[in-house]
Design a protein around this ligand. Sequence first.
Ligand SMILES: [Zn+2]
Length: 414
Amino acid sequence: MSEPENSSAPRPISRALARKMEHLPLALQNQDEGEVNSSFRSLKELIDFASSKNIAKGITDMGDSGLAEALPFPFLALVGQNEMKLALMLGLINPNIGGILLIGPRGTGKTTAVRSLLELLPNVERSTCYYGCMPEDVEIGGLQAICPECAQKFAEGKALTASDRVRLVELPLNARLEDVVGGLDERAAVHERLRLRRGILAQADRNLLYIDEINLLPDEIMDAILDAAAQGLYTVRRGPVSATYRARFVLIGSMNPEEGRLRPQILDRFGLRLIVRGLENAEERLEAYRRVQAYLSNPRNMISQYSAEIQAAAAEIQEARKRLRSVQIPDEIAKTAIELTQKMGIDSLRSEITWFEAARAYAAADSRIQVNAEDLNIVAPMCLRLRRSSFMAEYFKDQASEETEMQDLLQKLQ
Ligand SMILES: [Zn+2]
């Protein structure tokens, strides 16, 4: 919670430490765990350091491994792919960035990177009630807005929420609409008490919702997800019963463009767009291979080598989330950014909302409460790419010539 300038914790020069550790073999790098924890001025520095432990840039392609889910590959051990890693971090810090889309061929580490977020997930306040009653419901709608049990608790001054870890919810590609939004609880129905079962979207509230191969998802399911994401809640009606669920989640999608396109209205919903390419540098590929090898032969050992940095990064993310509320963008900088999006011919307002929210998250991660031009520069490509539409450009050009023609004809009428 405290800003770094007020902190009395020792902060040795991290670059010197980084250099010192670069020359150690992987297995020996993390012995001095206590030191690692206090050696970084910012989350970004820590991530840059851990990601480049042996080699600066690259990717990890570990294919499908049954171990990946139970013991995910350490996020900080992914070689290179800095933009993707940064985007995922920003998503953990600021849920308002509006989703992250990872576009790239198979085997570029997209799914690995998303699953490896498991160890970095921050905590949120979550309702302890089956109906999801929250204190803010009372603020908005009074005691009638929550269930009788929670109303009682609230009146007694008891907490309706508890601190809980953000979860990574994966949507299976074969999920039915009923799984996604929820449906009648058949077991409850037998006892003549109609009750709705929470769907995946309700489970994703205040969590991350990951959809691999998002471009292959059936339209009706994609539409239900986008509606819920846009409003932060959704209502299910089944016969005489209906229920409204909160569904505020960070949507993460990944896709291989070779396998089908994504509808433009879906693309527009994704704040951050990442193009994930394979490794170009042979040395980096070798380093990625070595780490995958180390992981496959002994995942626990590999993970423990990164545990100090992972803990430090998780703590920094939690701090950055708290700091985010105070992070401001000066008007001057915001105006310049808006002018730039206009010059680029981007129409969607979502682009600058995302851009500003990503820059705020970046500043928060860097322990600052004011966004500067550099923050905007760093996150700009992931916010602004794939926003321009050649179709719309053509369309507006045609429309403009029609407008001129019409005005000319109207002049003659006078
Ligand atoms: Zn309740």
